[in-house]
Design a protein around this ligand. Sequence first.
Ligand SMILES: *Cc1c(COP(=O)(O)O)cnc(C)c1O
Length: 425
Amino acid sequence: MLHPGTLQPVGPDDLAPLFPMELIMQEVSTEREVPIPEPVREIYRQWRPSPLFRARRLEKALQTPAKIYYKYEGVSPAGSHKPNTAVPQAFYNKQAGVKKLVTETGAGQWGSSLSFAGALYGLEVKVFMVRVSYDQKPYRRALMETYGASCTASPSNETQAGRNILAQRADHPGSLGIAISEAVEIAAQRDDTKYALGSVLNHVLLHQTVVGQEAMAQLEMAGDYPDVIVGCTGGGSNFAGIAFPFLGAQLRGGKKLRIVAVEPAACPSLTRGQYAYDFGDTAHLTPLTKMHTLGSTFTPPGFHAGGLRYHGMAPLVSHIKQLGLIEAVAYHQTTCFEAGVLFARAERILPAPAANHAVKGAIEEALKCKAEGKSRTILFNLCGHGHFDMQAYIDYFGGKLQDLNYDEAELAMALAGLPSVKEAA
Ligand SMILES: *Cc1c(COP(=O)(O)O)cnc(C)c1O
């Protein structure tokens, strides 16, 4: 990471205004394994291990020789994989004497997860929710408030970053990049207040690897091992969570697999972004990280998988993409909803709009097996349920869901504005 002002490498102390030291040490850790604290395990036990299902009915519906397995993270209290990191983040903040956490949320999954985790530890939680989602998803907001958190539409008048954006465009739909700026601005102002991020960072990806580790043990019980792993990517955390333990095994001489990241065509950082140093937020308050990015000023169109509307990508996921260890594909939202509905009718679980991207990717892999007459084992992460996203399904069934394209000129402008960083050879 580089300092936003000096562009010099940042050390743990530079991050101390935003995060407790335990999480910073995990962020820069080179340990292969970091134990999960017992009090966190105790809370995990409410829904972990999450189930691993074989999608036999989906296999039948597709008439594919492939075996399809999915890890179902929708069983957590907040309905997604996000509590896997919200709980340890709240735990380490509480341990460090922090009183209040500030964060951003896109679709509302992260906001509700941190609200849930904050309530467990008596931490006050404030959430900046991207304006389009705030308007589209009043029930997610109500869930956060039920857990005792407060939720503000972003861009807001409560921060300088928000006021600057609103001065340019009063009806700005917001973006994760803007909401991050607002949360970071508030957290940096107060000693008893820290910031929490639900994706992208190394420590978040680390916490999510519980998903892949469990899947590995569960597949062993089933006497199977994947040939292909599929996950959707917003900031990259649920994808890394399911894929990294298997990739680690591969890098240590284990079985080689294909790993496919599925992203929205309207916000395609891995398939259309540049691999470059960029800011994590729009107001340029965060450190710079090297990642696949569409440019920090890029505002993606307001499609339904709000959790995937982020301009950047986790540096670790970007790095392995650059090394050729994973593949990436992008799909538009209507074809993903079509896949999600097929999945729901076969498997009876209704996926979150973001998860529909992983379902679509897994179905494509299964259809490839069918075309080739080959059986392969496919594992994908069903990262959340869609019970709070029914308006998106209503729009889909009403034929109102559009495949939105991002503005090519805006992307070119955002990429042209990437900070210039001289890299050591
Ligand atoms: C937040 C979220 C995502 C996107 O974030 P990642 O860090 O890429 O996992 C995807 N799916 C669901 C259900 C989410 O809540």
